[in-house]
Write a protein that binds this ligand. Structure first.
Ligand code: FES
Ligand code: FES
Length: 204
């Protein structure tokens, strides 16, 4: 009998958690990238394959809240992590504010880079609610666009920041008391014993 030679293409089965849903992956070559698995095995074609080598940002997704080039991440290493793709940005079937602003500002030309751009902008605004234009440019420096010249993306980020600030201000004006006065518990709700101690009078 031939000796048991280890396969050059070992397969693995694992569970990815993508946009809040468990997605099992079965018998996949251990070296498959997260981008490949998302697109070819799970049918999530939002992330794009622009270069397969970490240069263009078209494949950007978040893994445990960190922006990554999914073409460089072996999918099996993302098992047990929270993966968020561009498909997870919409809420109730509506595109996110970032996606709408990208469209409104003319950033979407051929559109190939936009899923990655949208992920980068969401990631930026999660960590920095009011980035300067320089900070936005730095955040976008890993996202290549061959059509729009980036002006529309910068405008979109500025618009989203302004709209979110206006919404926050409107919410604070609508509920000024809640904004100013710290929450106070009802009397007795804070763990202070009002009645007799449950063991009072017991002979121990
Ligand atoms: S496809 Fe991943 S960075 Fe270009
Ligand atoms: S819109 Fe075409 S590459 Fe960006």
């Amino acid at each position: 009998a031939l000796p048991d030679v280890p396969s050059e293409h070992p397969a693995a089965s694992y569970l990815l958690h993508v946009n809040g849903v468990d997605r099992p992956v079965s018998d996949a070559w251990i070296g498959e990238s997260l981008l490949y698995v998302l697109r070819e095995r799970l049918g999530l074609a939002g992330a794009k394959d622009g270069c397969s080598q970490g240069e263009c940002g078209a494949c950007n997704v978040q893994v445990d809240g960190r922006l990554v080039a999914s073409c460089l991440v072996p999918a099996a290493t993302a098992a047990g992590s929270e993966v968020r793709t561009v498909e997870g940005l919409a809420a109730d079937g509506e595109p996110s504010d970032v996606q709408r602003a990208l469209s409104a500002c003319g950033a979407v030309q051929c559109g190939f880079c936009i899923p990655g751009m949208a992920m980068t902008v969401h990631d930026l605004l999660e960590g920095n609610h009011a980035p300067t234009e320089l900070e936005t440019r730095q955040a976008l420096c890993g996202n290549l666009c061959r059509c729009s010249g980036y002006r529309g993306v910068l405008d979109a980020v500025a618009d989203v920041v302004a709209a979110r600030e206006a919404n926050a201000e409107a919410a604070a004006t609508a509920a000024p008391d809640e904004a100013r006065i710290p929450h106070q518990a009802e009397p007795g709700a804070g763990g202070v014993q009002q009645g007799p101690h449950p063991h009072e009078g017991e002979v121990l």
